[in-house]
Design a protein around this ligand. Sequence first.
Ligand code: GCO
Ligand code: MG
Length: 408
Amino acid sequence: MKITDAKVYVGGPGKNYVTLKIMTDEGIYGLGDATLNNRETLLAKYLQDYLIPNQIGMDPRKSEDIWQFFYRGAYFRRGPVAMAAIGAIDMALWDIKGKLAGLPVYQLLGGKSRDSFKLYAHAAGADLPALLDDVARCLDQGFRSVRVQCGIPGMPTASYAVPETTDHEGDFITDFSGIRPKVEIWETDKYLRFMPGALAEIRKTVGPDIDILHDVHHRLTPREAAAFAKEVEPVGLYWLEDPTPAEDQEALRLIRQHSTTPIAIGEVFNSIWDCNTLIEEELIDFIRVSVTYAGGITHVRRIVDLASLHHIRTGFHGAPSHSPISMAAQAHLNVWAPNFGIQEYLTLGTEACDALFPSKHKAEMGQMSLEDAPGLGVDFDEREAVKYDYNPGSHPVVRLTDGTMWNY
Ligand code: GCO
Ligand code: MG
């Protein structure tokens, strides 16, 4: 069996999804997602100019050897662009493998450990009453686990993932007005004074049975994060996410020494080498990698296995940047993983998105379940794809009040 060709498409409804389609001489094709938020065209170029020409003629069943070829063979290893490209190829090869075997991918991983798995939603508000309304909206939709982000009183702009106004709608992280980012101003002191009380208020409102998650988005120093994690212990958070910049694995030691609040980290990690210290020293509770940014099913499975030796559960990244293809790849891992924790889920299921990526997988009442189709169980409609083009966008950047650049 041979790979005969591969194509890359960029675009989608409200998102620049980067979709890879690998064709074979047996008529079976596989689909992968290489969407890297706000850097999408780089992935298309990298795949088209370097990886696809190398793939033609390879046996698609040798997914391990192909993974090693692109990882070791690149010499300049890792990084988000390289790993998302390998990730897309790897997903597509598992899709092909499943279709060849006539089995859903989870069966190739070891079968189901659960029939459906828990999802968490995002709630945000420009102030606490608006946030509580948004939490109520998530609970009405059936979610029992909600990530909460709140505007901080006195902060001159909205903080991470929070809308400027109380009457917002949709995904406001990426700004599609152009490539130049808006500037958010961050004030740590105001955040540290306000957020613990807000989290306590949310717990009082929702009661003990709802999982509350909160994302600090890399904004604190290790000492500040340790103090914050300790202070919010009575809230009983499901997790505190990215308390410090993720590239410093050692920073988590201080937080761990001072607090038992569960810590989740890893959405920006590209490989096992970004989280092996965190996992082996048991400094975190949830690993947040994604199949797109961390090299596909082949590599993420290794991270999940290492984590399972250390009581660490999965909590894969699922921001709207992921297409239904990588969300399905993660879903197959989620129904299998003995150490599954939770899955981030933002409603992808608009009519336009469903038309572009037809699938029968179901996400409802805060749970996701998989249809038993061979492979990943998601298709890609090329007639729909021609409706979309690349649309430049950006995240905000963050500065302190004196102008110093800070972490988004
Ligand atoms: C999350 C993340 C995202 C990122 C986004 C960046 O927890 O969902 O923090 O919202 O900000 O993926 O592109
Ligand atoms: Mg996050």
